[in-house]
Design a protein around this ligand. Sequence first.
Ligand code: AVJ
Length: 383
Amino acid sequence: MLSRHEMLPLSRAGVDTMGCRDSLTNCPSLCRPHQGVPVTSRRLSHAEIVASVAPDTPDADVESVIVDPRHASDDVREFAKSVALGLTDTPPWLHCRFLYDDRGSKLFEEITRQPEYYLTRTEAAILEQNAERICRVTGPVTLIELGSGNSVKTDYLLKAYSAGGSSVRYVPVDVSETILHQAKEAIVERHESVTVTGIADTYERAFPLFKEFSPAMVLFLGSSIGNFDQRESHTFWQGLSDALSSRDYLLLGVDLVKEEATLNAAYNDAAGVTEAFTRNLFARINRELGASIELGQIEHVARYHAERQRVEIYARFRTEQEVYLAPLERTIVVPAGTMVMTEICRKYHLKKMAAYLRCFDFSVEHVFTDEREWFGLLLLQRR
Ligand code: AVJ
């Protein structure tokens, strides 16, 4: 049987590449990645995932697991296709999701420690002060976190929800599997009664599982929502609204509109970590797609545009670069001076955001903020 600190690759419904069709509880040890099966080669059905996460599962040994439904080769092709599409588009862009490979996730963590990057520490302080109150409002819930990263801020919530030894299920969803494993290790060590079920995938692909976790509270922190443009945001909220059950909760962190100088500094730290973060996207294209972009020729450009209420981040090509994409056997020429958009980071007004979310059947239960009103934490309930 599976022990508490085990990691197990699961997957979405359908394809079964290993011919291992037994339910998780009957699954032989060949399914365990550390016993020789690569994490991405084993797919379990939806029912198996449910069996592993349902609170009343007969096998009480099945506890902390990492779910990875992806196929490594699909991922690389998907990445190459997205890069080709973005670089040939007018104006050119790259999808910000690809910023978060293992190295990118590490660099982002380093960004959060920079003095200019106030977002993470401001949000953490709000969470620290209000975690118990949030817990009293929602009562016991499964905590599902989108884009969990290293889950450090979540610690305040885990502490509040597991107070007095209450058992809590924590479901982090993140595209970086490495970071999920690290977070899981740290959490199971710190919190006896917390069970971790990590899902290494995109948010949308994890949505269909959420009904199984109800009553739940989805955590979407760090103003990650700011990365979506209007269309993506609309699709995301509709999808999440559909995925949740009535009376489930949502805890949303949003960065608020403020003085331009403060915003510009946050995305242009003096130590150059944000620049390294932007550059890593091109290093990743080199590493994974076989390109040889000269990284020294990539300049990080980030500025707040008040009229659009967002920081826009670009990679400016100082010289022309030929970008060879091995999976597609294709070369894309990027002229000198090209500005490739890599991220938008939208900033919000609390009242407008609350009104927007009401359109997706979320009601605002509480709004928490800091003294300077730099960051907002909204506690919402699915109606
Ligand atoms: C992780 C999306 C919230 O927008 O502030 C930080 C990403 N990019 N510095 C943000 C980021 C450059 C960050 N989010």
